[in-house]
Design a protein around this ligand. Structure first.
Ligand code: CTP
Length: 400
C-alpha cells in the first residue's frame, strides 16, 4: 500500500516514544522506506538503534553531523520525503513549528519540506488544553498540517484525559490517508462485515468463520480515499478502524435494522458480511440443559438483507459477495440478477488462500453486462482497492 513511498518519521521526547517503534514497523511492513529523525530528548526514552534496526536506515539525530550531512543532509531528507509523520509530537515541537523556529534537525527538516506533515501530539491534558497550545495547533492546521488527534485515557503523568498518543494503527491509517488521492470524496459508503451470531440461549450461538477482514479492508480503503464510511459489523476480533463510524451488531436482524436505518445516507452499499441465513426459531432465556435425548434445533429463515436492498436501491451502487464451493460464476450471476446487484465479488472458498479467516483472496468480479473479471490471489487490502476502483467505474457508467 505504501510501496515506494519515503516517509520521514520524527520522534520527539515523550514517554509515548516507544509507540513510534510500532508505527515504524507498520509503515515498513506496508512497503514504505522510513528515515527516522530523533530529537535529543527522544533518545532519553528509546534508543536510535531500535529505529535503525527496524527501518534498516541510519537514524538522524544531529543537525550538523559530518557523515550524514555528506551522505544525505537534512535538506535532501526534506526533499525526498513523500510524507512527514511526527509521533509523538510534544507541545514544544508543535510550538516551534507553529512559530517558525528551526533550531534542531527535526524542526529544520520539517520547515524545509514541501511534503505533507502529519502530527500526532502526546502531552499532559492541561498542556493539551492550554490556549497557547491550541493557538499553535490551529495555526498549523490553517497552514495545512494534518493531525492525528490524541485519544482520551490514563496519561503517563497520572492525569486522565485528552493528550494520549493516538494508537500506532490509527496514526498509520492517517498516514496512509495522507498519501492517498481522494477519488471517493463526496461518496457515502455503507459497508457490512463479519459474521452474524444467532443466539440459542445466553451462552450459545450459531455463526460462521468470517473474520471480517475483507469488509474492514474495504471500509478502511474507502475512508482513505475520501469517502464518508459507515461500517456495520458483526462480532470480530478486529479493532474498529480509525476515522469512520462503526456500528456493532450481533444478529442478522440487528444488522438488517442497522443497515436500513442508514440506507438513506448512503450512495454505495457493499455487503461483505457473511450473514447467517437461518436463526433458531426460539431463543431460550435460560441455558439449555443437556439430556440423554437427541436435541433437535428448529431454524427459521433470516431476512435477506441484500435481496431487500436490491428492491429499494434506486440509483445506489449495490455490491454483494458470494462465497461458493461450486458453480461460482453461475451462482454469482443468479444472485446478481435475482437481487438486482451492480457487482458480485465471488469467492471460491474451496481454494487455498481464498475466503474466510485469511489475509488473501481469489475473487471473480461479476458485472451486470455479463463481464467476469478473474483476479489472481491477492491481499484483501489490494482487493479492497480494486473493488472500489470498479465501484467508481460503475458510478461513472451510470452517470454517462
Ligand atoms: N446476505 C444478506 N442477507 C442474508 C444472507 C446473505 O444480505 N440473510 C448477503 C451477504 O452479505 C452477501 C450475499 O448476501 O453479500 C451472499 O451471501 P451468500 O450466503 O453467499 O448467498 P445467499 O444469498 O445466502 O445464497 P446461498 O445460500 O444460496 O449461497
Amino acid at each position: 500500500m505504501l510501496k515506494g513511498k519515503v516517509i520521514v518519521l520524527g520522534v520527539t521526547g515523550g514517554i509515548a516514544a516507544y509507540k513510534a517503534v510500532e508505527l515504524l514497523r507498520l509503515l515498513t511492513k506496508a512497503g514504505a522506506t522510513v528515515h527516522a529523525i530523533m530529537t535529543r530528548s527522544a533518545m532519553e526514552f528509546v534508543t536510535p538503534l531500535t529505529f535503525q534496526t527496524l527501518s534498516m536506515n541510519p537514524v538522524h539525530t544531529e543537525l550538523f553531523n559530518l557523515i550524514s550531512e555528506r551522505e544525505i543532509g537534512h535538506i535532501a531528507l526534506a526533499d525526498r520525503a513523500d510524507l512527514f509523520v511526527i509521533a509523538p509530537a510534544t507541545a514544544n515541537l508543535i510550538g516551534k513549528l507553529a512559530n517558525g523556529i528551526a533550531d534542531d534537525l527535526l524542526s529544520t527538516t520539517v520547515m524545509a519540506t514541501k511534503a505533507p506533515v502529519l502530527i500526532a501530539p502526546a502531552m499532559n491534558v492541561n498542556m493539551y488544553q492550554n490556549p497557547i497550545y491550541k493557538e499553535n495547533e490551529a495555526r498549523l492546521k490553517d497552514h495545512g498540517y494534518l493531525f492525528a488527534e490524541p485519544a482520551r485515557g490514563m496519561l503517563a503523568c497520572g492525569w486522565e484525559g485528552e493528550g494520549k498518543l493516538q494508537e500506532p494503527q490509527a496514526i498509520f491509517e492517517a498516514a496512509a490517508a495522507a498519501l492517498t488521492g481522494k477519488d471517493l470524496a463526496g461518496e457515502r459508503i455503507l459497508v457490512t462485515a463479519g459474521p452474524t451470531r444467532e443466539e440459542l440461549d445466553p451462552v450459545r450461538y450459531i455463526s460462521n468463520h468470517s473474520s471480517g477482514k475483507m469488509g474492514y479492508a474495504i471500509a478502511r480503503a474507502a475512508w482513505r480515499r475520501g469517502a464518508e464510511v459507515i461500517l456495520v459489523t458483526g462480532p470480530t476480533c478486529l479493532d474498529p478502524p480509525f476515522g469512520l463510524d462503526t456500528v456493532a451488531v450481533e444478529s442478522a436482524e440487528e444488522m438488517r435494522a442497522a443497515v436500513m436505518e442508514r440506507l438513506s445516507d448512503s450512495s454505495v452499499i457493499i455487503k461483505a458480511a457473511a450473514v447467517a441465513d437461518y436463526r433458531p426459531r426460539q431463543r431460550s432465556d435460560g441455558k439449555i440443559k443437556k439430556s440423554d435425548q437427541p436435541l433437535t434445533l428448529e431454524l427459521v429463515k433470516n431476512p435477506d438483507i441484500l435481496g431487500e436492498l436490491g428492491k429499494i436501491k434506486g440509483e445506489r451502487i449495490l455490491v454483494g459477495f458470494a462465497a461458493e464451493t461450486e458453480a461460482l460464476v453461475e451462482n454469482a450471476r443468479t444472485k446478481l440478477t435475482e437481487k438486482n446487484l451492480d457487482m458480485v465479488v465471488a469467492n471460491d472458498i474451496g481454494q487455498v488462500g481464498a475466503g474466510f479467516n485469511v489475509d488473501t483472496n481469489i475473487a471473480k468480479l461479476v458485472f451486470r453486462d455479463g463481464r467476469v473479471e478473474e483476479l489472481q490471489l491477492m491481499q484483501k487490502e489490494d482487493l479492497a482497492d480494486l473493488i472500489l476502483d470498479r465501484v467508481i467505474e460503475l458510478k461513472k457508467g451510470n452517470r454517462g
